[in-house]
Each structure stands twice: as C-alpha cells, then as structure tokens.
Write a protein that binds this ligand. Structure first.
Ligand code: PHE
Length: 338
C-alpha cells in the first residue's frame, strides 16, 4: 500500500531518475520481488485478495517504467517538434539605421576633432541675449528679422525664443570659460518658415569657434579648406564670397564646387556649379567684449554650417522634408553606412 502512491506520483525528469526507479522496484532484489517473497508466507485466504493487488501493483510499476522509457527514448524528437528545426537560420533582429543627418554630423565632428576641436552643446530654448544681443544685433537691427524667430515668451529686454542659429552656443562658451577656445557645436535650430523642399521650420547646424592670440583669417580659410577636402575629397574647389553677419567682421560665405554635377550644372546648384555650405568670419571685437574677453589680446574666427545642406550634397537628397518624415523607405537606404 505504501508504494502505490509513490508509483502514482512518480514522474521522472531524466533517464537517470527512471533508472533509480527501476533499481528500486524491478530488479532481482527489488521491492516487487520482496513483496512476492512475502506473499508466499501468507494464508490462502489472504493470498486471494493480496494476489490481485500485488499483480496490479506489478503492472502499474511496469507500465510506468515503459511510458517514461519511451518518452525519454523519443525525447529528442518530441522536443524538436515543439522548438522547430534548430538548423534553420533564425529570424533576423530588425535593427534601425543611423539617420543620414546623424551620419553627416558625426563625420563633420570627427574631422574637426582631429584638428583639436572639442565638442560643446547649448540649449535650444534661448534668451534674446545669447541668440541676438551678445552677438552684436542691436535692439532694432534689421538682421533680427532676417531670421524668422519663434518667440516663446516676451519679457522685458530679454525675450525667450527657440534659437535661430547655433551661434548662441559661442556666447555661452565664451562667457563661461577662458581663451583659448577651439570647439564645434552641433545642434538643432528653428526658424519660422513655410515648409517646402528647400526650407523647414527646423534644421541642424554645426558652429565652429576658434579664439586665441594671433588667430587670423588665414587660419579660418585653411581650416575650412582642409575640412572640405576631408569631407568631399581633394578635387573639391572652394570659394569665399564677402558677406555680412553682425557678429563677424569681416564676414564671408563659403561655396564648394557642386559635388553632384562637378560644376557642369544641375538643379541642386541651380546650374551655377557652386553650392553655399557655410557662413564664417572673424569674431567681431564687440562680441568678444560682450562675453568678457579682452579683444585687444585675442582674435578668433567662427563659422556655421547647415548639416542638411551638406547631407543633400553627400547623398543627393533634394527634399528637406524627407529628413523629418521618418519614411522607412528613405531611412533604410542608410543601413549600410556606419
Ligand atoms: N549663424 C550664422 C547663420 O545662422 C552662420 C555663421 C556662424 C556665420 C558663425 C558666421 C559665423 O547663418
């Protein structure tokens, strides 16, 4: 009787457990054999009852053993069916790809890092001081209208707005440190423009600032020329055109020979063979002074470029809206790029 329950509940997890079971009950010196030995000693009356029980018990043990033996023997096959064919290649894990703007930002940053530039960032929500005033935009200066600003909050003398350029980070950097400065500052900027293939209400810039004793326009030209050759290849031409920014004097815009048509003329360069990629100039002494830097001792250059424009040139992208629509068919094309 004591064994019946044990047999019922027996459910071996491994062939080893099943073997222990067999050794306990089924071998020549096992429990079953012992019980049959005992059986011989009881009275004829008892034999009738016990005989039946004993036989049932023996069968139960054998049945149990057989069931699990078969299960373990075919074990591999059964579990294979459940898991599937292990030799088949697995389902690929779908991973995303880097955004083209991130790829190009990274490339730009790497080039300047090799020249000893550090990387800095600043807030996208800026005050008037950092975005305009410190950068030599007087209060009613028309250049404030050139950049259609998204204002967040009007406050006396220092409105809060979304930054219209990364030049605000220059100010923060110079206010909070001591020269020399040699940094690039990538980030998102906002302008209140109607969205089209050629304009968007936000885009990305990389700002550059180099301030030290004796920095000249020659340093600016050579640095940017080197940058273009690294990014677009040795045969890329550059040209500087005089320009105007309140915070640089003199100021220039830099064009590169169109990397798509190689100067033959295409719609990306508007059939001129040249594409403007950045604005630059020598940091205006007023800006240095506004940031607490001695403009009689230090000079510097600054530049600001649009990442979208450069990405368009690198990958022949003709519609700015693609960058922010998250169309997988567009994004997937950059899967192989690191
Ligand atoms: N901030 C200017 C722009 O947004 C670019 C620039 C940066 C020009 C630094 C000169 C120096 O267009």
């Amino acid at each position: 009787q004591q064994y019946t329950e044990e047999i019922e509940q027996f459910a071996p997890q491994s062939p080893e457990e099943l073997e222990t079971f067999r050794l306990k009950f089924m071998v020549a010196k096992g429990v079953i054999r012992d019980l049959f030995e005992e059986f011989k000693t009881v009275s004829a009356d008892q034999k009738r009852v016990l005989g039946k029980t004993l036989n049932e018990f023996k069968q139960a043990v054998e049945q149990k053993y057989k069931t699990f033996q078969e299960q373990f023997a075919s074990g591999a096959k059964v579990s294979k069916k459940e898991i599937g064919d292990l030799t088949l290649p697995g389902d690929g894990v779908v991973i995303g790809s880097r955004h083209p703007l991130s790829l190009v930002r990274k490339e730009i940053v790497e080039i300047f890092k090799k020249l000893g530039f550090t990387v800095a960032e600043g807030p996208e929500i800026e005050d008037d001081w950092h975005n305009f005033t410190a950068l030599n935009f007087p209060p009613e200066h028309p250049a404030r209208d050139m950049q259609d600003t998204f204002f967040i909050k009007k406050q006396a003398g220092n409105d809060i707005a979304l930054r219209t350029h990364t030049s605000s980070v220059q100010v923060r950097m110079m206010e909070n440190g001591k020269p020399p400065f040699r940094s690039i500052m990538p980030g998102r900027v906002y302008r209140n423009e109607a969205i089209s293939a050629r304009a968007h209400c936000f885009f990305h810039q990389v700002e550059g600032l180099y301030v030290d004793e004796g920095v000249s326009f020659m340093d600016l030209k050579q640095t940017l020329y080197h940058f273009v050759q690294e990014l677009f290849g040795d045969d890329t031409q550059v040209r500087f055109r005089p320009s105007y920014f309140p915070f640089t004097e003199p100021s220039a815009e830099m064009d590169i020979s169109c990397t798509i048509c190689k100067g033959k003329g295409c719609n990306l360069c508007k059939y001129t063979g040249w594409v403007e990629i950045l604005g630059c100039g020598m940091v205006d002494p007023n800006v240095l002074e506004n940031c607490g830097i001695d403009s009689t001792k230090y000079t510097g250059f600054a530049f600001g470029m649009g990442i979208e424009r450069i990405t368009n040139l690198k990958y022949e992208i003709r519609d700015l809206r693609l960058f922010s629509e998250n169309d997988v068919r567009f994004l997937k094309q950059f899967e192989t790029e690191l």
